[in-house]
Design a protein around this ligand. Sequence first.
Ligand SMILES: *[C@@H]1O[C@H](CO)[C@@H](O)[C@H](O)[C@H]1NC(C)=O
Ligand SMILES: *[C@@H]1O[C@H](CO)[C@@H](O)[C@H](O)[C@H]1NC(C)=O
Ligand SMILES: *[C@@H]1O[C@H](CO)[C@@H](O)[C@H](O)[C@H]1NC(C)=O
Ligand SMILES: *[C@@H]1O[C@H](CO)[C@@H](O)[C@H](O)[C@H]1NC(C)=O
Ligand SMILES: *[C@@H]1O[C@H](CO)[C@@H](O)[C@H](O)[C@H]1NC(C)=O
Ligand SMILES: *[C@@H]1O[C@H](CO)[C@@H](O)[C@H](O)[C@H]1NC(C)=O
Ligand SMILES: *[C@@H]1O[C@H](CO)[C@@H](O)[C@H](O)[C@H]1NC(C)=O
Ligand SMILES: *[C@@H]1O[C@H](CO)[C@@H](O)[C@H](O)[C@H]1NC(C)=O
Ligand SMILES: *[C@@H]1O[C@H](CO)[C@@H](O)[C@H](O)[C@H]1NC(C)=O
Ligand SMILES: *[C@@H]1O[C@H](CO)[C@@H](O)[C@H](O)[C@H]1NC(C)=O
Ligand SMILES: *[C@@H]1O[C@H](CO)[C@@H](O)[C@H](O)[C@H]1NC(C)=O
Ligand SMILES: *[C@@H]1O[C@H](CO)[C@@H](O)[C@H](O)[C@H]1NC(C)=O
Length: 738
Amino acid sequence: MNKVQGLFFVAIFSLAYTQLIKGKSLPGCTDRCGNTTIEYPFGISPGCYYAGDNSFKLTCNETNKLIFGGNEVVDISHSGELRVLNRRSYVCYDEQGKQIGRENRWSSLGNLTFSDRNRFTAVGCNTYAFLNTRGIGNYSTGCMSTCVSPRATNGSCSGGGCCQTSVPRGRNYFRVRPYSFSNHTSVHSFNPCSYAFLVEDGMFNFSSTEDLENLRNVTRFPVLLDWSIGKQSCKEAGNASICRENSVCSDSVRGTGYVCQCKKGFDGNPYLSDENGCQDINECTTNSTIHRHNCSDSSTCENTMGHFLCSCPSGYNLNSTTNSCIRKGRPEYYGWTQIFLGTTIGFLLLMLVISCVQQRMKHRKDTELRQQFFEKNGGGMLIQRLSGSGSSNVDVQIFTEEGMKTATNNYDESRILGQGGQGTVYKGILPDSSVVAIKKARLGDSSQVEQFINEVLVLSQINHRNVVKLLGCCLETEVPLLVYEFIASGTLFDHLHGSLSDSSLTWEHRLRIATEVAGTLAYLHSSASIPIIHRDVKTANILLDENLTAKVADFGASRLIPMDKEQLTTMVQGTLGYLDPEYYNTGLLNEKSDVYSFGVVLMELLSGEKALCFERPQQSKHLVSYFASAMKEQRLHEVIDGQVMNEHNQREIQEAARVAVECTRVTGEERPRMKEVAAVLESLRATKTKHQWSDQYPEPKETEHLLGVEILSAQGHTSTIGYDSIKNVATLHIQAGR
Ligand SMILES: *[C@@H]1O[C@H](CO)[C@@H](O)[C@H](O)[C@H]1NC(C)=O
Ligand SMILES: *[C@@H]1O[C@H](CO)[C@@H](O)[C@H](O)[C@H]1NC(C)=O
Ligand SMILES: *[C@@H]1O[C@H](CO)[C@@H](O)[C@H](O)[C@H]1NC(C)=O
Ligand SMILES: *[C@@H]1O[C@H](CO)[C@@H](O)[C@H](O)[C@H]1NC(C)=O
Ligand SMILES: *[C@@H]1O[C@H](CO)[C@@H](O)[C@H](O)[C@H]1NC(C)=O
Ligand SMILES: *[C@@H]1O[C@H](CO)[C@@H](O)[C@H](O)[C@H]1NC(C)=O
Ligand SMILES: *[C@@H]1O[C@H](CO)[C@@H](O)[C@H](O)[C@H]1NC(C)=O
Ligand SMILES: *[C@@H]1O[C@H](CO)[C@@H](O)[C@H](O)[C@H]1NC(C)=O
Ligand SMILES: *[C@@H]1O[C@H](CO)[C@@H](O)[C@H](O)[C@H]1NC(C)=O
Ligand SMILES: *[C@@H]1O[C@H](CO)[C@@H](O)[C@H](O)[C@H]1NC(C)=O
Ligand SMILES: *[C@@H]1O[C@H](CO)[C@@H](O)[C@H](O)[C@H]1NC(C)=O
Ligand SMILES: *[C@@H]1O[C@H](CO)[C@@H](O)[C@H](O)[C@H]1NC(C)=O
């Protein structure tokens, strides 16, 4: 490395150094001398120290020592003190008591003075020393110390080779002179010299073993000097003082002039107004133990201009005695957790409210829908008609949709008893475990709704042991539901032609069934409070219970005939094969239509043949014509069911056949009334029961058999009835008279 490189290096280093350490002097003035900072109001070059007062002029000698009045400056305090190193005075002797060396130090401080925090100190065992000052009284002080042997003394300077005395404040001149009583001849072995010096209080610890010899070779001691600005007090200076921003003026302790101090919480040079002036101390981050915050935790510290705050997180209060945060008596949470919780709870509440509203709306909609169905299904009409018709014989119960669903196991297929023209019949089990039949209209057939209501109305007027009992209805569903008593053993049609035909009804059974049906129809025609025409009498509408007792069912087509009217003009309705041709042609309905249909039923009972059978020859397709022609041609035995006829009942069969043919006469007027038919059949039975009592009750064997059948039995219509659904086809919309 050559010289140029070295210089360059030094230059760079110096530059970096001056940049690193902030200057404390006036702008453009040298602020350092060696390692010592030069602080304004002191300076080394003209214009850089205070107001041309030479007392503030320092020099930086060739070895980079800052010099004031011949003494090296240690440091400069803003509060009016200057610490310098001052040389001691001494006098030394040889063994003979000949003085071999002396140095008396004196100092003149200009406008600076000695601080009273200095001590005048003399060291030696045969010593006395003077301190001469100048000023008021020109007075002197001193101390003496004698000893014959070194007394072990550590630290304190109080006799035994060392003495100390205080010095007055405010003197700018002193002279220190040490003397010996007897030229150290008696103590020369361990103490050849006397020393005297000024030293800052506490900065000299006397050790008798070391210091009596040669003061440990220490030649300079720190001394404090006082300085102040001008001769005026703060009050006198007023706003002419040189105290800058964030600083306060205070009168000098030495009696003349003032000094400036940064305000509490600020640090810097109070005589400067730039960035080196009094600046706010960040108490929260400073290393200085004097300025450091006393909050219990640094994280709670908050710096303010000249101050700091010990802030506490929300929910905590500051205890100003200990500057620590203590939790509030009633904690209030507004942290993120709380906000999150609050938001969540709020959201959940909102969802709850929304779902509640939705539920309500759905419920309302459901209710509205049910009400709508109820109206559509004629609920209003029914209630009106029921209340309007006065006393009703049947308690019609209104079932709920829910109840129906539960009863039918949600309309399970396994519960279907039968399907027919009017709809589907389900087996239902009510909550009280009673078994019922539930008839459900076919969907999308509004004409059936009317029939349902009609049936409810008609059945509500009837209370007869041979009429299937209506228990109630449900109108809240899309299609109305009717609830009947459960009849176990299926229809007469099934027994004669259908799935149960092998159960072979005896003539006695058949006659009894015929009598019961005839009696029922007679009752409907005359004895009920309002005459009723069934309009759809057929074997498929006659149910049999476990005792094979007939129960007339399906009043969907029935009509109530007002008392004052013999007949009624209606749309033609009925089932082909049973339909009264006169009614079919004219649309005029009267009780004789039922008589015709009953005649067909009676013929079925006698012959075991279906009302319409396309397998028979053309002219005898219809049972009525087939039967009538056989009767006419005296070959009745050909058409009577082989299971029925025997040698005992020929007369009865003959008579019954005659009644059947009479009932099916083309002209209604020629047909007997239902009452008369019932009476004839009744009489036939009466003569019969005289001979065979046992016929009134089924034989035990038969009962057993019928119970077994119960499972297979169906109530109402069965899909096996090929022509039942032709009914609607046959419905002619003859509106004569309307
Ligand atoms: C400055 O201080 C450093 C380290 O403290 C020291 O090595 C150096 O001698 C000092 N210089 C002066 C001029 O006092
Ligand atoms: C001391 O201060 C006065 C006024 O403040 C000034 O006139 C005088 O020159 C100063 N003395 C020295 C030695 O600078
Ligand atoms: C600079 O001052 C110091 C301390 O007073 C002294 O030791 C040194 O010899 C001086 N240097 C010069 C070149 O005067
Ligand atoms: C001490 O020394 C001084 C001068 O060297 C001499 O005059 C004086 O007599 C001496 N005193 C004694 C007691 O030796
Ligand atoms: C104080 O001492 C100085 C120097 O010795 C002298 O000039 C001055 O007159 C003295 N003052 C008094 C009041 O004696
Ligand atoms: C005084 O101090 C020195 C050095 O610290 C030590 O060696 C010595 O033992 C001390 N003497 C007494 C009496 O404490
Ligand atoms: C003097 O002694 C005291 C206590 O032993 C100590 O705190 C102080 O630093 C010593 N001073 C010097 C200059 O050694
Ligand atoms: C004091 O200085 C002298 C001469 O310079 C030297 O011989 C001696 O060892 C020094 N003593 C100490 C304690 O430094
Ligand atoms: C303070 O300064 C203002 C102008 O800045 C001046 O008018 C006023 O007299 C000064 N007061 C004193 C006490 O010097
Ligand atoms: C504060 O202290 C840290 C570590 O104790 C130190 O690194 C840092 O320099 C110090 N800062 C000041 C300004 O003293
Ligand atoms: C602050 O703390 C102190 C010490 O724990 C306690 O004595 C004092 O009551 C507290 N002050 C308040 C206001 O809580
Ligand atoms: C904290 O310091 C301030 C001054 O900065 C003081 O007033 C307060 O009493 C101190 N508090 C504690 C607890 O030390």
